[in-house]
Design a protein around this ligand. Structure first.
Ligand code: UTP
Length: 291
């Protein structure tokens, strides 16, 4: 099997304004909203860590300090929990302690779009393939979505994005891929369009917020070209890699939740609550009471 450069770094863009969740996100970062017992950012951190990622790069902005605090050590809290014999809680808190030298921070001065956020991490990414995880997008599955994508990357190299089918009338909300093998688990991508009208959409396969990209995408982002919604779109720069590097989409295993929308957020809380061994049965009972 060909040896490709390993994916060691992951970028977490967290500088957006989270307007769809106002007023909850007026002072609190959207990425700190909890699904079951942990914030969105911790879900994606754990997914990346379990996929073998070694360096975690946050692209932050104003009022986002809470995100780095969440991954810091809390000696007083730990001492108190240990003194009270709360071993299960100690373990839970340990799960979000970032080991020394693993967290890297950069700022996006203004939320000009996802592509711009990634460009802001250019120096920290350097000259190697990297992953991007959007904390809005959660995938509930035993093997995490990024880990599944790394398996595809290890076979093909190049670039890999997570994809799933959406209703035809919704293509204008997502980045959509153009492919000749739409039905396969791993699709070969020959084009990408951000938020196309249903009439012009090349397929109904949309990109979900997980990417493995080659560093050359950063050269294209440096042009700061604006696209759909007048934002600097990542999709437009990714599209420029097609034809020069392998580009695949993976229909991942697992249930996907768009936690950036209020309905997706509620659905995710139900699904993660049901999957929780401690409270799952109680959640089921509560749901019965409401149906
Ligand atoms: P979204 O577009 O879903 O987040 O971006 P948003 O803009 O904060 O939310 P709404 O639409 O206003 O409700 C997905 C991820 O990319 C980050 C966001 O923080 C979020 O985690 N992002 C987006 C940036 O870091 N910078 C940007 O310029 C845009």
């Amino acid at each position: 099997m060909a040896q490709f450069k390993p994916v060691r770094k992951a970028v977490f863009p967290v500088a957006g304004l989270g307007t769809r969740f106002l007023p909850a996100t007026k002072a609190m970062p959207k990425e700190m909203l909890p699904i079951n017992d942990r914030p969105l950012i911790q879900h994606v951190y754990e997914e990346a860590r379990d996929a073998g990622i070694e360096e975690f790069i946050f692209v932050t902005g104003r009022q986002k300090e809470m995100l780095e605090e969440h991954f810091d050590y809390q000696p007083e809290l730990m001492q108190t929990l240990e003194a009270r014999g709360k071993e299960d809680m100690v373990k839970k808190v340990r799960d979000c302690e970032m080991p020394a030298g693993k967290l890297f921070l950069t700022r996006q001065p203004c939320p000009l779009g996802l592509g711009h956020a990634i460009w802001c991490a250019k120096k920290l990414i350097g000259d190697e393939p990297f992953a991007i995880l959007l904390p809005d997008d959660l995938v509930l599955n035993k093997q995490g979505c990024l880990s599944q994508m790394i398996d595809v990357y290890n076979k093909n190299g190049g670039n890999v994005v997570a994809v799933k089918n959406v209703p035809k009338e919704d293509t204008s909300k997502y980045g959509i891929v153009d492919t000749d093998n739409e039905g396969d688990k791993t699709v070969s991508i020959k084009g990408l369009v951000e938020k196309p009208d249903p009439a012009n959409a090349p397929s109904t396969l949309s990109i979900v917020g997980r990417y493995i990209l080659q560093p050359e995408v950063l050269d294209h982002l440096a042009a700061f070209e604006t696209g759909a919604g007048n934002e600097i779109q990542l999709t437009d720069s990714m599209a420029k890699l097609i034809g020069y590097q392998p580009f695949h989409g993976l229909r991942f295993d697992g249930d996907h939740f768009d936690c950036g929308s209020r309905l997706g957020f509620i659905e995710a809380n139900i699904a993660y609550g049901l999957a929780d061994k401690d409270i799952g049965n109680n959640v089921k009972t509560i749901l019965k009471n409401y149906s």
